[in-house]
Design a protein around this ligand. Structure first.
Ligand SMILES: Cc1cc2nc3c(=O)[nH]c(=O)nc-3n(C[C@H](O)[C@H](O)[C@H](O)COP(=O)(O)OP(=O)(O)OC[C@H]3O[C@@H](n4cnc5c(N)ncnc54)[C@H](O)[C@@H]3O)c2cc1C
Length: 423
């Protein structure tokens, strides 16, 4: 955990004061502070404005979407990102119907549609058995977006100076800091657990165009799964799922090593698959050990302390089996911004620095957690059971998973029917 953050925690500082006096240790902020100090009245006005800022930790999909949702409602926030640039961690990301509804609320759906193909169906291919099954994505549209397109579009829609890179965090309000969230630690949430599975992801460009159908194909052979999704006419996102091994840790930071260790796994897959991975853009390669926050921890977890809460993977990291982690983070952003806006609107200017305001922020977060809890418990449960089915579990566990799936998730595509509502 961040040293300074821990220091604050040990001193047991009121998180509310952290929220209102967030210190951003970036060169730009220090310069701005100096400028304000040199300038009388204008400085005072700006200081007051800054004191109203909400601090979001993490500039991933959920952090940027939360900042944008707040901005659309006229509420200022800053995003603190530890990297020096926006990170494109997963090459590309599938967005299902519920994710598009959230993007629509953010005003970005039409723009993002321009850089991605609508996918018509999903197809499972078992190379060992020689059988194929077509499935649908269920309700509404599904597209695959380049990670950089999604992240950059969210960031470009934010007002200037909202994102602060390479920041040392001394306090937090909304933790969108992903799987290893320091904010989740602050909230004393149980650490995420690991699936015994790892996934390599990448992008391959086809300068003269590819001829793949507009579908998400998953091929399986010898416990290896290869997935392929076209993004547009010239680029394809792919993933290779395998049982995790100790070697994964060595490959984690080295894209060349990731490719070298992936190629032998796909022996026996069709030649176009091997070619796709050989020709992949090395910079896009990443290897992820799959983690999840257990559904029962989501059901019982306390997701607010004072005015500190979490969203996105920091709250509900889940396996990628439903392709819903990112979209669930977009939904969080809409619901959290809506709750904060509603409660903050009830406070007038005179009250704005008082305990009343802090109380309202706490209420807004409770409302957000209440609205989100069962949605993410269900998503996480379905993902967990799917993970047991596709992973290396015993026959008994697989059987129990099927029974629970039949009881709780009769329509397996219902998860994409969810509408997070208006911003
Ligand atoms: C193999 C795989 C495939 C997936 N496919 C899909 C899919 O098709 N569709 C889908 O919807 N989802 C998918 N997901 C899930 C999706 O990628 C995540 O749910 C989503 O990226 C989470 O976004 P986030 O913003 O919450 O967290 P992250 O993307 O993890 O962003 C967290 C950010 O916080 C920053 N940060 C971390 N700690 C700190 C700190 N202390 N201070 C400041 N900054 C910090 C990080 O640098 C990072 O930029 C997939 C996941 C995996 C592993």
């Amino acid at each position: 955990m961040d040293e300074q953050f821990q220091l604050r925690k040990q001193r047991d500082l009121d998180p509310l004061s952290i929220f209102y006096r967030s210190q951003v240790h970036s060169q730009r902020e220090r310069e701005r502070k100096r400028e304000r100090e040199m300038d009388g009245r204008e400085a005072k006005a700006e200081e007051e404005e800054e004191e109203r800022e909400i601090v979001i930790v993490g500039g991933g999909i959920c952090g940027l979407a939360t900042a944008l949702a707040l901005h659309r409602k006229g509420v200022r926030s800053v995003v603190l990102e530890r990297s020096e640039t926006l990170r494109a961690t997963g090459a590309a990301i599938g967005i299902l119907a519920n994710g598009w509804l959230a993007l629509h609320q953010l005003g970005l759906a039409s723009l993002l549609r321009q850089s991605s193909l609508p996918l018509q169906r999903a197809r499972e291919v078992w190379l060992d058995k020689g059988s194929t099954k077509e499935t649908s994505f269920g309700h509404g549209e599904t597209r695959c977006l380049k990670w950089s397109d999604l992240i950059n579009t969210l960031a470009d829609a934010l007002p200037p100076h909202t994102i602060h890179f390479g920041c040392q965090i001394v306090g937090v309000l909304i933790g969108c800091d992903g799987t290893n969230s320091v904010v989740a630690d602050f909230l004393e949430l149980k650490p995420p657990k690991a699936f015994p599975l790892s996934v390599v992801r990448g992008l391959t460009k086809y300068p003269s165009g590819h001829a793949f159908a507009h579908e998400f194909v998953r091929m399986r052979r010898n416990n290896i799964m290869v997935g392929r999704i076209p993004i547009d006419d010239k680029s394809v996102h792919w993933m290779v799922g395998q049982q995790s091994t100790p070697k994964d840790a060595r490959a984690l930071q080295n894209p060349d090593l990731i490719r070298q260790s992936t190629l032998p796994l796909i022996d026996g897959f069709p030649p176009e698959i091997q070619q796709m991975i050989e020709d992949s853009d090395v910079e896009s390669l990443s290897l992820t050990r799959l983690r999840y926050r257990a559904p029962w921890d989501l059901l019982l977890g306390k997701f607010r302390k004072g005015t500190v809460t979490v969203a996105g993977d920091a709250m509900h990291v889940m396996g990628p089996f439903l392709g819903q982690g990112g979209s669930a983070g977009l939904e969080d952003a809409i619901v959290l911004a809506r709750c904060l806006y509603q409660k903050l609107s009830e406070v007038n200017q005179i009250q704005s620095r008082s305990q009343m305001m802090m109380h309202k922020v706490g209420e807004a977060m409770d409302q957000y957690v209440k609205e989100r809890r069962m949605r993410v418990v269900r998503l996480s449960m379905q993902t967990y059971l799917t993970g047991l089915l596709v992973g290396p579990s015993s026959m008994l566990v697989k059987l129990a998973s099927i029974v629970l799936m039949v009881i709780f998730f009769q329509n397996q595509n219902d998860h994409s029917r969810y509408d997070c509502g208006l911003l």
